[in-house]
Design a protein. Structure first.
Length: 554
């Protein structure tokens, strides 16, 4: 028996491999069996890396994480019905952050839709404008599957800069054993042309780096002689022009008043100060476009959009801007610096030294605050590591205090959902650590308790698959305390706020970790923080209890 479904599925995956696609994530199902079995054969032949997840929501975010790290489109395979809808959150995030995903969803042939058949809904268009749709008719006997596959893949990958939904009808027989073709795996290259425009060096310029900005923003800031206001997940939080305390400086004093021009890279989401700055009268803004996503344009006040920016070489102008940058960098440093009481440690006076030692010991036993937690995580992370930040209070806290350090940081800021964080981080971990290779590095995920519980199912790994080195660090304050900072929290009934916004939880995280085969650590005090964050093989869930309200730091 032969199956056109299997013949076409094999040709399709083969063509994707030829074009340089390597990562496939799939969830089990009957209608998609031809694709799934072909993917398993390609994995066995060493031509694809396959990850299997029961939950398509996890599969979607896992694929997103893999694509973020590899910068190559990742394939997701699902069966029909609700399975397709489970991809929706990852599709939205990918669409709003320009991450390329190829979603192969199995469906019935058109004639069998709309007649009440089992597990059949309206799949074409299910993601609306958030995914480019290719509705593929069921392959038939005698078709030229190879030529069809080449055409379809060319269409899928043409200028791919977000999710592409390939809805594929399959007829019975849904699969039959089919040999793999001989093929030469290719290398992916992004063929989209990017026209670069030159930006002159002008006084009063600042560079803003939001999510996805990357190192280009840092280079531009230096070339422009401009302060660099780089969010913590921008990939540009480093360099001599970095102004970590940009929020305070923009909102207080007269620093911001002297800004005449803003050059934006990436998608800023973490502060109100940045959009307020762009909307200010007398400020001219240039936005460097991020491929695949809507242009950033707060208040519709942006004057110019460019595909890419180069900076005219103008050393004299950069030299003239030196004091402009210097003032920003210096003021930021002063705001964040915490003087170390070193004097007492160096003294000859025994009593003074003993008192200092006691103080140090007491400090080690202090409970962990959000600031201590984010600083410890930042301190522990190095360029071979990866840091993934959830949409909780902790990303904002880190954004306030993180000093410059060139480490890869990712956060799903396309829609800033609390969903999919662990799955996304798992994708980043797997892709950055390589499979079965002795690469260094650990992926740390820093998130709140609700964000963690939202994606608890993603703690489940595919059976027999290599496990990445990961630390999921949960700041557990018993609910969504980010809502305490909303104006409504000061005026509405506290019990009502707690019931519907805080949404307290008392899940036993140690039991949860152990149920999924993760090691568990609990960090109660400041002294336990750094040791707990030391990388070890395997997957660790680190619970850090936090007070709902941080004690005021003196
Ligand atoms: C999918 C999704 N649902 C709801 C929200 C709204 N939301 C934003 S933060 C948050 C609570 C986060 O709680 P937690 O992770 O514990 O972090 P904390 O605020 O306590 O630091 C919620 C529900 C969201 N961003 N995404
Ligand atoms: Mg919380």
């Amino acid at each position: 028996m032969s199956s056109p479904a299997s013949a076409f599925a094999t040709a399709l995956l083969g063509e994707l491999v030829r074009r340089g696609i390597r990562d496939v994530v799939l969830s089990p199902g009957s209608r998609s069996q031809a694709l799934a079995l072909a993917a398993a054969q390609f994995e066995r032949a060493g031509l694809l890396r396959l990850r299997v997840r029961i939950d398509e929501r996890s599969a979607g975010f896992l694929a997103l994480g893999l694509a973020v790290e590899t910068r190559v489109p990742v394939v997701v395979i699902t069966t029909s019905g609700t399975a397709v809808a489970e991809l929706h959150p990852a599709v939205l995030e990918a669409a709003h952050s320009g991450v390329p995903l190829v979603l192969l969803t199995a469906d019935r042939p058109a004639a069998l839709r709309g007649i009440g058949a089992n597990q059949a809904t309206v799949q074409p268009g299910i993601f609306g404008p958030m995914a480019r749709l290719l509705d593929v008719e069921a392959p038939v006997d005698g078709g030229d599957h190879d030529a069809d596959a080449v055409r379809l893949v060319a269409d899928i990958l043409a200028e791919i800069a977000g999710p592409v939904h390939v809805n594929m009808a399959f007829r019975e027989p849904l699969s039959a054993p089919t040999p793999l073709p001989d093929l030469e795996p290719g290398t992916w290259h992004d063929a989209r042309p990017r026209e670069s425009q030159a930006i002159p060096v002008l006084p009063g310029t600042v560079v803003v780096a939001g999510a996805g900005a990357g190192a280009d923003a840092e280079a531009a800031a230096r070339a422009l002689g401009a302060p660099l206001l780089a969010e913590v997940a921008s990939g540009a939080r480093f360099g001599p022009n970095l102004v970590p305390a940009y929020r305070e400086l923009l909102s207080t004093g007269n620093f911001g008043d002297r800004i005449e021009r803003v050059v934006v890279f990436g998608h800023p989401t973490l502060s109100r100060e940045i959009p307020a700055l762009i909307e200010r009268d007398g400020v001219e803004t240039i936005v460097v476009r991020s491929p695949g996503i809507d242009d950033y344009n707060p208040g519709h006040r942006v004057q110019a959009f460019v595909d890419a920016a180069t900076v005219a070489d103008d050393e004299a102008a950069v030299e003239a801007a030196r004091s402009w940058v210097g003032r920003w960098v210096h003021a930021s440093r002063q705001l964040l610096e915490q003087p170390e009481p070193l004097g007492a440690a160096l003294t000859d006076d025994y009593a003074e030294r003993a008192a200092f030692a006691r103080e140090q010991l007491a400090e080690q036993r202090e409970p962990v605050t959000r600031r201590l937690l984010v600083e410890a995580v930042w301190r522990s992370s190095w360029p071979h590591d990866r840091l993934v930040l959830g949409a909780s209070r902790l990303i904002r806290e880190l954004d306030r205090v993180a000093p410059g350090k060139r480490i890869p940081v990712h956060a799903n800021r396309g829609l800033a959902g609390i969903d999919g964080t662990i799955a996304t981080a798992t994708g980043i971990a797997l892709a950055s650590q390589g499979v079965g290779e002795a690469t260094p590095g650990v992926t740390r995920v820093l998130l709140g308790d609700l964000a963690m519980l939202h994606d608890a199912g993603s703690l489940l790994a595919g059976n027999g698959e290599p496990l990445p080195r990961m630390q999921v660090i949960v700041g557990n304050d018993g609910g969504g305390t980010i809502f305490d900072s909303l104006e409504v929290a000061a005026t509405a009934d506290r019990a009502l706020i707690d019931r519907v916004l805080l949404t307290p939880q008392t899940v036993d995280l140690a039991a949860l970790a152990s149920a999924y085969g993760w090691e568990y650590r609990r960090v109660e005090t400041r002294g336990e923080l750094d040791p707990a964050l030391t990388p070890t093989p395997g997957r660790v869930l680190i619970e850090v209890p936090l007070a709902r309200r941080d004690p005021r730091v003196a």
